[in-house]
Design a protein. Structure first.
Length: 221
């Protein structure tokens, strides 16, 4: 009986796995789309993704294009590697307002677990077009607010460079300002640790795209 039940469960798992994998992939696609302010109609995530995302590739610390599966990169594993060993995915999007933007994944730690997201940068290589963040277990009403439009919308229009140098966006308590003249957004009231987690996540992940973003700036000029 144990063998029969075990075999049945294994069969069901194998039968359902393709659908489960596609659901996971579609969730990732929608997260990427969310960073450019697009929500796919129900059942049409793949189709919508193909419409807006025009290219996917990896870059390196020198800003060059390298071979590899950008969509398949596991950011949870990449952030544990040394800088030179990390794979750096880039997703190129064509927005509804006619812009070309570059979506970059970020991954870090909140108060209770992982946080992650996608930051869309305009083709000037410095201005944030949009951002999407999510989490695995932050406190509802507090740290979990990073997943809301109210928090995420603050990032649009913020710049990642000051006087030609990379300056990640800071997340500050209301009324406070960064000491290094970086652009900033308001932190979540009562969610200080998660807010600082977002700040650290952005600084740690986006700094590795410095050469790539500088190339965009040079091409734009």
């Amino acid at each position: 009986m144990v063998l029969v039940v075990g075999a049945a469960l294994a069969f069901v798992y194998q039968a359902l796995k393709p659908a489960q994998d596609e659901n996971v992939a579609n969730d990732k696609r929608q997260q990427i789309l969310s960073s450019i302010h697009v929500t796919a109609p129900e059942g049409k995530v793949g189709e919508t993704y193909e419409k807006y995302i025009t290219d996917e590739f990896l870059t390196d610390l020198d800003g060059g294009r390298t071979e590899g599966d950008a969509f398949g990169v596991n950011m949870a594993g990449e952030v544990k590697k040394a800088d030179g060993e990390r794979e750096l995915p880039v997703f190129v999007a064509a927005t509804d307002d006619g812009k070309t933007v570059y979506v970059l994944p970020v991954y870090g730690a909140g108060l209770w677990g992982p946080i992650w997201g996608y930051v869309a940068v305009e083709d000037d290589g410095r201005t944030i077009y949009g951002a999407y963040f999510s989490h695995s277990g932050e406190t509802p009403g507090l740290g979990a607010e990073i997943a809301t439009e109210g928090f995420q919308s603050q990032f649009a229009g913020k710049e990642l460079y000051k006087d030609g140098k990379f300056r990640s966006v800071d997340v500050m308590k209301a009324g406070q300002k960064p000491v290094d003249d970086a652009d900033y957004v308001d932190a979540i009231s009562g969610g200080t640790i998660t807010s600082k987690g977002v700040q650290s996540m952005l600084a740690d992940c986006l700094r590795l795209y410095d050469a790539f973003l500088n190339k965009l700036q040079t091409e734009k000029n």
